[in-house]
Design a protein around this ligand. Structure first.
Ligand SMILES: Nc1ncnc2c1ncn2[C@@H]1O[C@H](COP(=O)(O)OP(=O)(O)OP(=O)(O)O)[C@@H](O)[C@H]1O
Length: 583
């Protein structure tokens, strides 16, 4: 007898799931339909999206979401948390009778910290509603055209993905935005939303939408005859910690805790309390985590050498380098795109032979979107980014994460490295530290993260300069890394390249000044590890290919003025908005 399509699929599923369970233990042994999801949705997940089985976190959390309970979900990066909320919400929405119509307004709201994540979640929602054409996903976010967003909101968006600032803007100013039927609020990367300073905005948003009960300030005006259901709120992140306590308490009602062990959470005076002990983070087991100790003056040459070694080892691969500032991204992007090196007499070669992309918050929205999509689809590329790419972004097949500028808190480290080794894939991460910063390793260890040392000498010795009979003094006596012949050669070439082009020199100077500012902005305990006064600013300048240290005085004041101007403009704008809203 011929096997049916579903039987054939079941056999394939069994085979692939056994393999997956053997290799990484990430997947559950049940199927999506065992979790109670609608058959069409399960078929779509399997046939069109290639998801044969739920991951363990999906198997545990999806039934909870279907049950209607509020939930707090903590699970490692790249384990499929987006589906944890989107699949059951779509399942519940498609079941409603009468059918949801877009004119009924928004039923589910997903709040995310960044524009790129907003686009990404929207893309997944679009795929998941494929067989339920009456459900309309949409997004609103900073940088987009407000008038177009207003028009989309007027037509109706059933599943709305939003960044908090822009959502608040529409709640205040778009009267046609109908959220009277809102049933779900999801805070994806909840801790990051708060870290970005959106705490007050979230409180205002919840005041508009009704925090736990689902009684929003529009509920009374509801025109549709749909039955009002109770609100269900969900909070998710790989690093849920004590910082989300307040948000959890105003938004969640007796939540189910998933991935947070009993010891890490308590109930005090009816208030949920996530304790410091929740700060131990799970990282993908297969992720190779290393650090490299580099004196400040050689940082740039070592970065370039590591990148060259990576792309020469495997021409086709994707690498992300995290930097602390937008100016830093711009400078390194220009440098890595244009820098050439004379390897032999009359032979000049491009130093890095790969596509180099950049991403940061000061770029125009269309350039940001282009870079984000570009890095998603490229088979081989290098992405230079600030922390806008650190959270939630799912770039396929990223092989290596380099944290050239150190992250702040351990949670930032976890999310940055989480862009690789996703869903059981291989991945490696490299953290740059100066000798005076190595206490940071201890800080990471307190959060359950431990790193091995990277074999830098071996990599540097492999470059051609040494193979041509040059002596390596570095090998014989323990002199500084700055004296390694390859590093000396490269540093000279970099300095002459940066000084030969005025535009490049300007980029380097700006990047230097911003870097010092960012270094000085470390908070709390980290201020004791990253101490500007311990740095030799001349060596910092060398790490931007500058022969001399630029003056910081005028710039620091100019930056301060710029910040103050910006603040003033913001206050003015808020006043205008408030006036409009109150009148
Ligand atoms: N059941 C599944 N089977 C196969 N692939 C899956 C499954 N669930 C999710 N994925 C894929 O796994 C990848 C990671 O998913 P997702 O981005 O939701 O992870 P995450 O846990 O939210 O990560 P982060 O914490 O970094 O935001 C995505 O490419 C997604 O398409």
């Amino acid at each position: 007898m011929k096997a049916t399509k579903r039987e054939k699929r079941d056999t394939t599923e069994k085979k692939s799931s056994t393999k997956e369970e053997d290799t990484n233990g990430l997947f559950a042994s049940c199927s999506f339909s065992d979790l109670g999801l609608h058959a069409s949705l399960c078929d779509h997940l399997q046939d069109k999206m290639g998801f044969q089985r739920p991951t363990k976190i999906q198997a545990e959390a999806i039934p909870v979401v279907i049950s209607g309970r509020h939930a707090l979900v903590k699970a490692a990066t790249g384990t499929g948390k987006t589906l944890v909320y989107l699949a059951p919400i779509i399942h519940l929405m498609q079941m409603r009778t009468p059918r949801i119509d877009r004119s009924d307004g928004t039923f589910a709201l997903v709040l995310v910290p960044t524009r790129e994540l907003c686009m990404q979640v929207y893309g997944i929602a679009q795929k998941l509603v494929h067989r339920f054409h009456w459900l309309v996903p949409g997004y609103i976010m900073g940088g987009e055209n407000r008038a177009k967003e207003k028009a989309r909101l007027r037509k109706g968006i059933s599943i709305l993905i939003a960044t908090p600032g822009r959502l608040l803007d529409h709640l205040k100013n778009t009267s046609s935005f109908n959220y009277s039927s809102l049933q779900w609020i999801v805070f994806d990367e909840a801790d990051m939303i708060l870290e970005l300073g959106f705490g007050k905005a979230l409180e205002e948003i919840l005041a508009f939408l009704g925090s736990r009960t689902g009684v929003s300030n529009q509920s009374g005006n509801k025109k549709s005859d749909l039955k009002r259901s109770l609100r269900q709120n969900l909070l998710l992140s790989a690093t849920l910690n004590e910082k989300v306590n307040q948000l959890a308490n105003i938004s969640l009602d007796n939540p189910v805790r998933i991935g947070l062990d009993e010891m890490a959470v308590s109930l005090e005076n009816e208030e949920l309390l996530i304790k410091d002990s929740a700060d131990t983070y799970n990282l993908p087991e297969q992720l190779l985590q290393r650090y490299v100790k580099v004196p400040c003056g050689s940082r740039l040459s070592v970065l370039l050498s590591v990148l060259k070694a990576l792309f020469e080892r495997e021409a086709s691969q994707k690498v992300v380098v995290f930097l602390s500032t937008c100016d830093g991204v711009d400078f390194h992007h220009a440098l890595l795109t244009e820098f050439e090196l004379q390897v032999e007499t009359n032979r000049i070669l491009k130093f890095l032979n790969c596509t180099v992309l950049r991403l940061h918050g000061n770029m125009k929205q269309e350039d940001r979107a282009k870079a984000f999509q570009g890095f998603k689809t490229e088979k081989s590329a290098l992405l230079l980014s600030t922390d806008v790419a650190a959270r939630g972004l799912d770039f396929p097949k990223v092989r290596c994460i380099i944290q050239y500028d150190s992250p702040g808190e351990a949670s930032e480290y976890v999310h940055r490295v989480g862009r690789t080794a996703r869903l059981g894939e291989k991945g490696e991460a490299l953290l740059f530290l100066q000798p005076v910063e190595t206490d940071y390793l201890r800080d990471l260890e307190l959060h359950g993260v431990s790193l091995k040392e990277y074999p830098l000498e071996k990599i540097l010795d492999s470059f051609p300069l040494l193979q041509k009979g040059m002596k390596n003094p570095y090998k014989k006596k323990m002199v500084s890394l700055d004296m390694h012949p390859w590093i000396m050669f490269l540093q000279r070439a970099l300095e002459s390249f940066v000084s030969s082009e005025p535009s490049m020199t300007k980029l380097a100077r700006d990047a230097f000044c911003s870097w010092v500012g960012a270094y000085n902005a470390h908070r709390g305990e980290l201020k004791k590890i990253f101490v500007v006064k311990k740095l030799h600013l001349g060596h910092v300048a060398r790490s931007f290919g500058l022969k001399e240290q630029p003056s910081l005085v005028g710039r620091v004041q100019a930056n301060k003025r710029k910040r103050e101007d910006k603040k003033e403009k913001l206050v003015k704008r808020r006043k205008v908005v408030a006036k409009k809203y109150l009148s």
